[in-house]
Every structure is written in C-alpha cells, then in structure tokens.
Design a protein around this ligand. Structure first.
Ligand code: AMP
Length: 405
C-alpha cells in the first residue's frame, strides 16, 4: 500500500514526502480513505501507530479553505499531543496554504487569540482552554465540519468529559466525527453510539507494535530475588515515576510492603481497592507525591499517566498482549522510557510468547553490582522469535541456559 493509493491530493502527498513518511502505517491505510469519503470513524489505536497523520492528512484535504472560522476542530487531552498534531498539520499547511492554530492551557492568551482571530482553517485544542476562548468570544465554532476527539479514553480518565460535552454544544450538529482511543471501554462505546453516525471501525490489530522511544529489556532473576532486585533497580535508576506491574493482587501488596520498608513512597492499585482508593493512588502518583505505583493489569488498559519513565514488569504478563498494554504506559507522546521485565526461570515460555508477538527478541539487561544468585537461568538472546510451545517444564529449561558466574 502506498500513500498515492489512498486518494490523497498532490499537495498532501508533497507534505507526506516532506514529513519523510514512505509508506502508510496500518491505521493510516485504513482510516485515510474512510475519512476522505466523509465517514464517521472510530479508530482504536495508541500513540505510536501513526494515528495523528491518519486523521490530520485527510481532514485537511476535506475541509479545504474557509473564511477564517475553523472548519476542523481537534480536541486532545494534553499539550504534548496538541503540539504533535499541530506539528503535522503545520507541515501540511506549508503545502496547502491552510491556516492552523493550537490553543492549550498554561500559556498566555494573547498570541493564541491573535492567531485565531487572524483566521484559521483547523484548530487543535485542549478542552479547558478552548472553553475559555469560546466563552470570551475569541473562538467561533459554528463552522466546524469535522470534529476529532483524540485519545478519548484519556480525556474520560482525566475528567475532561463534561468540558468536551459543552464544546459539542457549540458545534453544528451536522458534521463528520472521528474518535480515536487506545482502548474501547463500555463508556467509549456509549459515546460512540450517541455521538457518531454509522461509524466505520478501524482497529489496529494488536500486533505487538509498541511506541517508539521505549527501551525494552528483560532482567533474568530468580523469583526469590525479585524483591531485592526491584528495590536495587529503583535506587540505581533514581526513584522517579516508576510503574510496577504484578500478576496478582497479593503480589502487588507484597511489593508495596517491601518497597515501603526500603523507605520508598509507594501507592498500590488493584481490583480489591475501592474506586476512591484507586483514584487517590493514581492522583498521588500523577502529581509526583509518590514515586512508585504498583498495579495489576486492570489499570494498564484504561488509565494513562504521562511522564512515566520506567515500567517494571515484576512478573511476566501471562497474556502477551498485556505486555504491549503495560509498556504502552511509558514513552508516550515522543517521550522516552524504559520497560524492564523481570523473568523468573518459570516464566521463559511466557517471555517467548511475548517475543513472538513483538517479532523480536528482547535483550538481557543485568543490574550492575547486584548479587545475583549463582545458577540463575538466562534465556538465550539472539535466537529467532518463534511461536513457543506452551508446555512441558523441560521445554522451558531447554530454552534457557545456566549462567555460570
Ligand atoms: P503517532 O501515533 O501519531 O503519535 O505517530 C507516531 C510516530 O510515527 C510519529 O513520530 C510520526 O512522525 C511517525 N509516523 C507517522 N506516520 C508515519 C509513516 N507513515 N511512516 C513513518 N513514520 C510515521
């Protein structure tokens, strides 16, 4: 599949070349023709899949030039995402002559207002600032023909939904709607049903595509040494925004206790905690009041916290797709991050399944100076990722070698 085959105009194709994209990513190949047709689209895709260009390119082609009031509106939860979308749109606008602006919170109003009042075709905004500008009469959304809700799940999680609903009230009812979300929860499904018109669904099969900028490695260790290794790792790396996943609630509580004892500030989230406790844990972590958040997989799917720099899989996830979800919590919006997975001798088969899904073998990383027990099993590096046979213990042992130290 090439960009030429998707129905994009010559101007947009020139912009694509300037952006350095050679061929469309799967979500681009699927979504671009649908958006060009004028369909409502739901895209289930995470950051790192190319979703920004998947909506920005065709929507700019569709709207053309207006009289100065925005014809397209993209609502996105964070300033970083707004900047990323603005970046792609601005690159395209150099070739199409369209006018693009981003309005986000935390910066002065003046330059944003001037930009908007000079006349724009596409507006990228975070919800709070957009409402302010509409209320002040600086932005008129009555001409919007295409609406994009980017990272809808994150906007829900961050409590932006009431604001988004207010914004929808400023828009013409007849319009094209595009909704992107990493996860399609029941809440999102309801929103889609209420807001979108006969939407096409585009789902990026969870192939093991993980966001760029994440450094992944495995850390082979015996089960009994996992607690000490975690504490030593956090200390060695500086305990700043570490998200630790365990396979059970009991292990999450255990890890909390261990880290507490080492004097680290820790919060824990799992299904036995009340919603209020979970919200509190998350808020404290998001605000930087605790350094480490320990969680089971329930939170990996929905909630997103920016600026996590380390994800540690204390246990290898049983379901390989959970690995992708878990490490998707780091390295968002172009940031870099580390995803380290502790692999016990009994977890090598699970590891191979993940590597098969990812299509690559994960490198081994040892923590320097850590007193690893003699005879631990280190999975072979560099062997082709092949679908492993779920089975015999013997197979697991054979897929590793005994480290002689
Ligand atoms: P996104 O999922 O929109 O956050 O995009 C992730 C990254 O992929 C960004 O750094 C884009 O510049 C890059 N990207 C998007 N589309 C393509 C493409 N077709 N070819 C190569 N890189 C791309």
């Amino acid at each position: 599949m090439t960009f030429e085959e998707l129905g994009l105009s010559d101007e947009i194709l020139a912009a694509v070349a300037a952006l350095g994209y050679e061929k469309p990513t799967p979500i681009q190949a699927q979504a671009i023709p649908l958006v060009l047709e004028g369909r409502d689209v739901v895209g289930a895709a995470q950051t790192g899949t190319g979703k920004t260009a998947a909506f920005t390119l065709p929507l700019l082609q569709r709207i053309g030039h207006g009289s100065g009031k925005p014809l397209a509106l993209v609502i996105t939860p964070t300033r970083e995402l707004a900047a990323q979308i603005d970046g792609v749109a601005t690159a395209v606008s150099r070739h199409t002559g369209q006018r693009v602006a981003a309005v986000v919170g935390g910066v002065k109003y003046g330059p944003q207002v001037k930009r908007v009042s000079d006349g724009i075709d596409m507006l990228v905004a975070t919800p709070g600032r957009l409402i302010d500008l509409v209320d002040r009469g600086d932005v008129d959304l009555s001409q919007v023909r295409v609406l994009v809700l980017d990272e809808a799940d994150r906007m829900l999680d961050m409590g932006f939904w009431p604001s988004v609903r207010r914004i929808l009230g400023f828009l013409p009812t007849k319009r094209q709607n595009l909704l992107f979300s990493a996860t399609i929860s029941p809440e999102i499904t309801q929103i889609v049903a209420r807001m979108l018109h006969e939407p096409a669904f585009v789902e990026i099969a969870r192939k093991g595509t993980t966001a760029e900028g994440i450094e992944q490695a495995i850390m082979p260790v015996e089960q009994s040494q996992k607690p000490d290794l975690l504490a030593a790792l956090i200390e060695a790396r500086g305990a700043d925004r570490v998200l630790v996943f365990t396979k059970t609630k009991a292990r999450a509580d255990l890890v909390r206790t261990i880290l507490d004892r080492k004097g680290l500030s820790v919060a824990v989230m799992h299904a036995d905690r009340t919603q209020q406790q979970r919200d509190k844990a998350l808020a404290r972590f998001a605000e930087g009041k605790v350094d480490v958040l320990v969680a089971t997989d329930i939170i990996a799917r929905g909630i997103d916290i920016s600026e996590i720099d380390h994800v540690v899989n204390y246990d290898v996830p049983e379901n390989p797709e959970d690995y992708v979800h878990r490490i998707g919590r780091t390295g968002r919006a172009g940031a870099s991050g580390y995803a380290l997975t502790f692999v016990g001798p009994d977890e090598i088969t699970q590891l191979r399944e993940i590597e098969y899904l990812l299509g690559k073998v994960l490198p081994v990383h040892d923590l320097e100076g850590f007193p690893y027990r003699e005879g631990r099993i280190i999975p072979f590096e560099g062997r082709p990722a092949k679908r492993p046979k779920r089975a015999a213990f013997g197979a697991k042992v054979r897929s590793g070698r005994i480290a002689r130290r």
